[in-house]
Write a protein that binds this ligand. Sequence first.
Ligand code: COI
Length: 356
Amino acid sequence: MSTQNISIERTSAPKQKPSADSLGFGRFFTDHMFTAFYSTKKGWYDAKITPYQPLPLDPGASVLHYGQALFEGMKAFAHEDGKCVMFRPEFNWQRMVDGAERLCMQAPPKELFLQGISELIKVDKEWIPREKGSSLYIRPTLIGTEAFLGVRPADEYLFFTILSPVGSYYGNDNKPVKIWVEEELVRAAPGGLGATKAAANYAASLKAALNAKKNSYAQVLWLDVNREYVEEVGTMNVFFVFEDEIVTPALGGTILGGGTRNSIVTLLKKQNKNITERKISINEVREGEKTGRLKEIFGTGTAAVISPVGELAAKDWKITVNNGEIGPVASYLYEELTGIQQGVKPDTNNWLYHIS
Ligand code: COI
């Protein structure tokens, strides 16, 4: 379908915008949303921006029964000069395409994805928060909508995008968080959905996160199926800074390849740091703490950008990382990446996608 066909219906009842200090993460939604429909007969059709409203969804829709659901997380920023940008949306589109292939879904074409989201942001531009550390979080989502109870890929899909003005993810100004090493539940298994941003992966993660929170831990460190190698931290990729090497677990099918992870690896390589993508066992992490080789641990993701880890604990051990403080590598990367996003540092990698 031609992207000129995106129709726009503006709300007649704009909502009151939240104050900067009340934002938190994902609590407020803007005035409009983008939707586009797909059927095997018609292809993509009826792309439109409308007032934010409930979705038309049949109770028999495949997403409700067999979980055909994929989402993305991206951010838009308003620069000092009034320009408006998204950070690496093509990366997210490609990841949705890859996920759709694994879940036998129909991903939106690149032009529809980029144009639909750009037009939506233009309509809700006044919702982009200006304060440092805040942004407009973008949630593109793809679901199977065909009403049919046989177990097979749906023939109908809905691609929609909603927007949420956000502050910091953990609401703690980047203070290091305490992380529980999860030794019972696993997030993903080889051959499964771990490398995709399937909604199912997040459903599978909730119990461990809830247990951790009950014990005052912010999130969990996920291990592989043998409970030996580190995979992710909470909903983020994880980095370990050792004296002589920075390590992030290699993507092997069970780990989600994050856009922030990819950007951090690029920034570290440009700095000529010894950054390696390889397997890292939880024993190596503990050993590194004992010998003093381990300097920092941090998570990376779109929502929090960089989230330093100040403490790692399991049933019968506990380690403190960098005295529970944010370290120099995490601080540098946070300033650098958010500086590029906010237009105050040069975008030498062409990561910014200009909307207006
Ligand atoms: C991210 O930070 O990239 C995430 O996936 C977190 C989101 C699910 C809230």
